[in-house]
Design a protein around this ligand. Sequence first.
Ligand code: S3P
Length: 439
Amino acid sequence: MAELVNIQSSNVSNPLKGEVRVPGDKSISHRSIIFGSIAKGVTKVSGFLNGEDCLATARAFRDMGVKITETGSNQLEIDGVGMHGLRAPEQTMDIGNSGTSIRLLSGILAGQEFSSSLSGDVSLNKRPMNRIINPLRLMGADISGTDKNTAPLAINASTKLTGIDYQLPMASAQVKSAVLLAGMYASGTTSVTEPAVTRDHTERMLVSFGYDIQTVDNRFALEGGGRLQATSIDVPADISSAAFLMVAASIVPGSDILLEHVGVNPTRTGVIDILKLMGADITLENSRMVGAEPVADIRVKSAPLQGIDIPPALVPLAIDEFPVIFVAASCAKGQTRLTEAAELRVKESDRLQVMSDGLNACGIESQTTPDGIVIEGGKFSGGQVNSCHDHRIAMAFAVAGLQTDNVITIEDCANVTTSFPGFVELANQLGFALELSSS
Ligand code: S3P
């Protein structure tokens, strides 16, 4: 894609129809590279997400001497170097837009006998890193960021990490994972207690790679000094990408689509629960386990939506899907209120503010609060919005365009490849009317 890509999205007269498989899960793809790289033996990955974020993780491990080979379409083989086989990278590792890469990698790097540094793009280098710097320092890591506690991060060679019992101050799977990954390199036990359920892919994958982890309620504990044994990983389709199409099919009358092989891990299905509370017609078919992760085909038919108060307990379970949930709320009858979602302000953009600005620019009334948003359902008038380099903002407004009588132009969409390469083509295959232009 060209540097500055715009998407024009307009109303479609026909219902959305078809059966599609969206690209692989971003969280699981990152973790397959991380665990595969420090395991013993060859890990085979299928369904890998060839999105910019996961490619950044792969690049970082290649920089540290790991051989990662593309063996087919979305298939990789990772020649694991073992827990202590990583080599010092020659320069600062640039991991682009990816919060998951920088936070999980910091956990691994904190335990290495070499120094390293990590940096990202303009958006990533503004995001808070004190959330990982603090616990890693408590473990004895020598890690520092800028005076604003942002990246670039410098991590000096570790003498010895010590296990800690860490009470997570916020519901964040990235921070939980960073501490647990560092815990594998620490002496004694490392435990993390989370304030609310967050995605558990790290815990599941540790088990797949043969590393013992104890889970009691919301506390996860592991012993340092263990090892990982290579395995095979089939990455399911990403529910976060599927969410755009769930909302699209819900709001275009007469639609009926099937989203195949989607990961439906219960720590990720908040979007389905929220849309169902709004009246969406969503059913899971052919539910099955694929490796350690539950998977299903998801059928979505159009249905009238109504506004709701989003239950706070569902917020961490739908944390990445709010941009498109806000679009569903805009098409619903009545008001939707979200609270206890301040974490949305520190994602790839401030997703409360950027979404609210975009909705208002397209004729929908919305008002942010410190930790949420209130949206009045209505009709999109068309308009121009800026994605602020945020892939999920861009795709959310592409869905909004389905409900306008005019055109919504979304500026600065190159970052869609972060999580959903081929989005425009796949959406158009289902019946969207998206056009690309560059400026
Ligand atoms: C992720 C965790 C979430 C999510 C991100 C991926 C992960 O971030 O927003 O896209 O793979 O662990 P937080 O843990 O910061 O909420």
